[in-house]
Design a protein. Structure first.
Length: 267
């Protein structure tokens, strides 16, 4: 039987909540999972079984699978979740704090999770592990299920938060950088409007739609293995993906502007 202890940490971002729990734990190994995540019954056992193999690893990442019970959720996963990779003879989504087991010394050595961020703290934490000399393994059958935001508005709000905290974390080159470059190009493509009139705006508009369509097509191609479908179904997905990617771009720019005006400039 597993004993469960509830710890009250007050108002806390995810990083602080994990740090408080890890500091209170008494065992050598720490397992992390996120709120709202549904693990398979043998999730923890699968992580532990991999950790007990004789290669003496320090970190064991499990896998996670988004719940895609609607067309919107499936397209959302295609738009912003990395596709599965082949590992141990099966396709898995790996390297997530929502499914991981590690030695306490790993958490201590990297200084725990950043506590000032609402998101992106897990990326910084895992990047520190990658930069250290710890032995990392994967348990492909240690599976948890992650609920995806199911509406455009909830997705927009979530990505505004993601974008703002990604800037706080100093990770903008990995996400905002390429997006801002694309839209900077579109703005530059619209400058001839001052010489050729308002009709010229059709040029950047067309380029924008083509850019979104190209990114949507790439998303379909990258996920063809995990979400196979026929031509008609993929056309429907494409029609959902194009505005969805535009929505995520808008949320990214909004969150970045919030960081610039509220966090950086202090307005």
């Amino acid at each position: 039987m597993v004993a469960i202890h509830l710890i009250r940490a007050g108002v806390a971002f995810p990083g602080r909540a994990r740090n408080v729990a890890a500091a209170q734990a008494n065992n050598e190994w720490l397992a992390f999972i996120d709120a709202g995540i549904n693990p398979e019954p043998d999730w923890l056992e699968s992580l532990a079984r991999r950790a007990q193999l004789p290669d003496d690893v320090d970190v064991v990442y499990g896998s996670y699978e988004p719940v895609v019970d609607t067309l919107f959720k499936q397209c959302a996963v295609m738009a912003y979740v990395a596709p599965p990779v082949e590992m141990d003879g099966r396709s898995i989504r790996s390297r997530s704090v929502a499914s991981v087991l590690m030695k306490r010394k790993v958490w201590q050595a990297v200084g725990g999770f950043p506590e000032h961020l609402r998101s992106a703290e897990d990326i910084l934490f895992m990047d520190k592990i990658d930069a250290s000399d710890f032995r990392v393994a994967h348990a492909s059958n240690a599976l948890v299920h992650w609920q995806v935001k199911g509406t455009p508005w909830l997705t927009f709000k979530r990505f505004v938060t993601y974008a703002r905290n990604n800037m706080r974390a100093g990770l903008w080159r990995q996400w905002q950088g390429p997006i801002l470059q694309r839209y900077g190009f579109l703005l530059a493509a619209g400058l001839p409007v001052f010489w050729f009139g308002v009709k010229w705006l059709l040029v950047p508009l067309l380029l924008w739609v083509l850019m979104l369509a190209g990114r949507a097509a790439v998303a379909l191609w990258r996920n063809r293995g995990c979400y196979p479908a026929g031509p008609s179904r993929n056309v429907v997905r494409l029609l959902v993906l194009i505005p969805l990617i535009a929505l995520i771009d808008a949320a990214t720019i909004s969150g970045t502007l919030q960081w610039a005006l509220k966090d950086k400039a202090g307005l």
